[in-house]
Design a protein around this ligand. Sequence first.
Ligand code: FCB
Length: 441
Amino acid sequence: MSKTLLFPPSFAWGVATSAFQIEGAASADGKGPSIWDTFSHRAGTVIDASNGDVACDHYHRYADDVALMADLHVDAYRFSMAWARVQPDGKGAWNEAGFAFYSRLLDALAARGIAAHLTLYHWDLPQGLQDDGGWLNRDTAYRFADYAAEVARRFGHRVATISTHNEPWCTANLGYGNGQFAPGVADAKQAIQVSHHLLLSHGLAMTAMRAVGSAAQLGIVLNQWTADPATDSQADRDMAAFEYAHSVQWFMDPIFKGRYPELALRIHGENAPDVHDGDFKIICQPIDFLGCNFYRRTWCSAAVPPVPPPAEHGVTDMDWEIYPQGLTDLLLQLDAEYDLPPVYIMENGMANHDVLVDGGVPDLARIDYVQRHLQALLRAMEHGVDVRGYFLWSLLDNFEWNSGYAKRFGIVHVDYATQQRTLKDSAIWYRGFIDEQRERR
Ligand code: FCB
């Protein structure tokens, strides 16, 4: 199947991870605690009662992991910085040992010719800021901008891109809406206010990074999906329209149009956020790229019990419907609605019930998933959407938030008892696919 796919020569092929999910070394070299350290140590939060204390021990094994990436022939690596590693309290003193770790990582990537794509915030707020109210406190947005400026000042010339946030939808709706993620608050009004502070912090950080003259491309990564009504009924169509407005347009409209979508505001009613004069001016400024994470569509059925999705290509180990066409649909929809900058698919991949068999992992379902999504991506590009790169989630099996280590998303298998890394068949396939694309360059 891959033989039929032909991406542009400059297209970047990458893998993605995030700090809390792989680094471990939870308190090494002066790192402060983050909300995920606190949350995962609280009973009943993570299904296998695990935490990120050790994870993939990437903090100590980063050089081997970079060698692994080089062995997979990837062009690019997307990772996040643990804010509490470089500023233990989220305000005040910087931790030089923390910056030194990321500097060593960047050196190792540069030595292998792998472009670095850095995310500033992948959900691990310093606990010190949570103690001051976390993202519900407007002041956290200003602390974030200080952190962003410092990172851009130090590393802005050594990385290809800097993303302010990863999936603010999750920070707000899972962290504050249903309490599944840190800090574990379940309060719809707070979730909406938090989403506004996240957007504000994005805008403040963009301004602050540009002020220090960062050479990196600057943008944000959103998790996005189409919302498809299960039937043609008015109820299903209304549900889909609200879902799309609340999840996708809620973040895109402020950034690209300087306002919240009317429909979502109307439905949120008195839960609508407190917006200060001038906030939209800060939020709505050009971004150099849009990062898009795509896993599945949202299937909207108002019926009781709901009409299940067709799942023609099955479901993943997370029970997420596999629907590659959704990626084409989403990109075309976004392209029609907004004046998009270049797009990167910053995450795409699947959890699979992977088992080691004779020293290998035959994860054929994952190969199929990725191939189908790449086909879908190419279809969108053929229709004119400007996509510059694709990052497979994830390089390694890792700490999958409230699913702990029970769900495996890696193309490289991790034995958590020994930290042994084993290439899955999908990793071997991905390397072959990248080679094939490169031969055509
Ligand atoms: C995304 C997250 C990433 C990982 C994947 C499976 O929402 O950004 O950390 O959990 O899902």
